[in-house]
Structure formats: C-alpha cells, structure tokens
Design a protein around this ligand. Sequence first.
Ligand SMILES: [Zn+2]
Length: 247
Amino acid sequence: MNLGNYPQKSDGRYLLKKPDFEVIGQDVLNRFRPENLIRPMPLDIDGMMYNDLNLDILSMFISQDGSLLGMIAFDDCEWEVYTGNGRRTQAIPMGTVVIDSSLSGPEQRPRCRFTKAHEASHWILHRSYHSPDKRTYNFRPAPECIACRQDNIERYRWNYGLSRTEDEWAEWQADSLAAVLLMPKEVFSEKALSLMRSHGIYQSFLLIGERLTESRDVIDELAKTFEVSRRAAQIRMLHLGLIRQSL
Ligand SMILES: [Zn+2]
C-alpha cells in the first residue's frame, strides 16, 4: 500500500490519527476485496494475506505462558517456539505471520481471525519502518519482527497520554486497522442498524444498560455476520457511536 501521503516521524514511522484508519482500511479493501465494502460478510483474511499481501501463515506455540497471540517477520529471523518436548529455535522467513496455536480450535476462530488481521495490519502499516528492503525509510535499526501481546489485540481502552510508548502506538495502529478491515464502517453500521430495527430498536444506537436481551442479540448476530468475537463487534460499535452510555 502506498502510505506516502501520511506524515512520517523522523524515525520513519507514520503519524496516523483515528480517522486515517477508516481511509486506509477502505483503500486496502477497495483494492483487494471490494465486495467486502458492499455486502456485510466475513473478510477472507487468509485469502487476502496469502494472495494479496503475499504473507505466509504458520501456527506454533510462540510463548510459554500464552501471553503472545501473534507475530510477524519483516525480515528472516529466529524465534523460540514451544513443543511437547520443550522448546526449540525456529527460523521464521520474511513475510511470515505466526499465530499462536492456542487460537487453533473452532471456538477460537473469531479471535484467530482478528489476530491475523492485526498482524496483516502491521505489515501494511509498519513494513517500511522494519524492512531492510526499504532503507530510505529505515532511519535507525528496527527489530526484524514484532510479537504481539494478548492484551494489545482486541483492546478497547488505550493509554492516550504522553506516556504511550512507540511500541504501544504501533499496537494501537495495527489493532485499529484490523477492526476496520474486518468490520468496514459503512456496511457494518448499516447491518447494525438493520439488526436493531429487526429487534424493535428504532434509535440509531444501543444504550448501555437498556433493552438487554435485544442488545445482546444484535451484537451476537453482528459478530456472526462478520465472523468476529462479540468483544470485537462491541468495541467497533462503541467507536462508531452505535453503542452509547446515554442519550
Ligand atoms: Zn501487534
């Protein structure tokens, strides 16, 4: 993706604001998966990663305590992976996403899909910073891979203060773009509103603490439509003003 229009910091990282992710996500989908901007449906995230972004996807246990859910290699690197017999060093080629094996089961599928979208978003947003291929942007040595912690994926509240570290900014960016790719603003909002109407809710948002059964059903059906977790759907609704605290 060409992110050339966005301002960069002196270290080569892009400065992006919240609305930028809607635009970047729409550009990505428009180019690779335009049907996802028209119909409410699950994004074929595997297909997009393999065919459009040329990423490989592997499944391995990448941390001992399950604290890491995914990682992406911007250059060939090595990583300690955990097997039944202990641990070993695994070569991870450039352009490989590794999803933690704890996300392998069918009930983990929505979470797994979000983690893949999060890693793909690192590739889209942060490759020029980490990749040795684009040395013009690589103003200082950057790690060859990013490993992403559980608490930075499908996260609702971020630290917006000055104390946010560069890595936290990168995690916030990847998480924001992942949500846009899986739940594009317009089709997601339209689907949410039509589900609300079908459950007899005629205002344009759910109110926290009211119509609990209907609200739960709307969120469940929305999550199912886009094959995301309830949590991811809820966070996206909150960010788009489709769930509100008060009138
Ligand atoms: Zn990450």
